[in-house]
Design a protein around this ligand. Structure first.
Ligand code: DC
Length: 229
């Protein structure tokens, strides 16, 4: 059987990697998997159950076996995130409350192990574009195509501010930049699977590029690689 190539995109919050990964998947007729939403989904369950991710790590570990967080096939190449049998709602996974706590949940080793297993299962679907923080380094270290997507802190804050729902009412660009910096700090300095570029990743700075430019440059590299075999 021919080996299926995985395409990984890692990078910090609001770097443009989700839009780029989604567009790239469409361009290549591949599945798109957003792993940040899986960490967010679990965080929403933790908060709904009244568990404090700062102090009740054992409680989180205890509820893991009862949870079912997975992508299921939708229409064509669309994958739908389900949380315990129900379709995940944007208001659940993209709320400011979840955004504020997700890095605390994501640094728990048992949580990472649990979700990485589910992420690897998605590789069975076919050609996938998977985005997150540790996809090229931990989830698919053998992936054929790896990108590390970044952008300047100000550009990232402006992009996040333009996204509805995730920032609190009355947020300023300075406040959003500070929140993003705090999350980066936690994601880059955690003991397990910290955010860092894989050694063989192609670095993509999206600060001065349009989304279309980012997608077409990545698609070109992937197509050339696939044609080389
Ligand atoms: O991509 P995002 O901002 O939606 O991710 C939410 C959080 O989940 C982020 O703060 C770090 C964590 N995360 C992670 O640790 N590993 C991943 N593969 C994806 C996300």
């Amino acid at each position: 059987m021919a080996e299926i190539a995985q395409i990984t995109l890692d990078g910090p919050a609001a770097s443009g990697k989700s839009s780029a990964a989604k567009g790239l998947a469409k361009e290549l007729n591949a599945y798109f998997v957003n792993t940040g939403d899986m960490y967010r989904a679990l965080t929403s369950v933790v908060l709904e159950q009244g568990i404090d991710p700062e102090t009740q790590i054992e409680e989180i570990e205890k509820i893991l076996p009862e949870q079912d967080i997975r992508y299921v096939s939708g229409d064509g190449l669309d994958l739908l995130l389900h949380i315990n049998g129900s379709l995940a709602q944007a208001s659940q996974v993209r709320s400011p409350e979840v955004a504020a706590k997700v890095s605390l949940v994501a640094k728990i080793p048992a949580v990472r192990q649990w979700l990485v297993k589910r992420q690897r299962e998605a590789a069975g679907l076919g050609l996938i574009v998977m985005e997150g923080r540790d996809i090229g380094t931990v989830v698919f270290p053998e992936a054929k195509f790896k990108f590390y997507v970044s952008a300047s802190p100000m550009v990232r804050a402006q992009r996040r501010l333009a996204q509805e729902g995730e920032v609190s009412a009355g947020a300023t660009v300075e406040k959003v930049a500070a929140e993003i910096a705090k999350r980066d700090e936690m994601d880059m300095n955690r003991a397990v699977s910290p955010l860092k570029p894989a050694e063989d990743a192609v670095m993509v700075d999206t600060s001065d590029l349009s989304l279309e430019e980012v997608i077409s440059s990545m698609a070109k590299l992937v197509r050339e690689g696939l044609n080389r075999g």
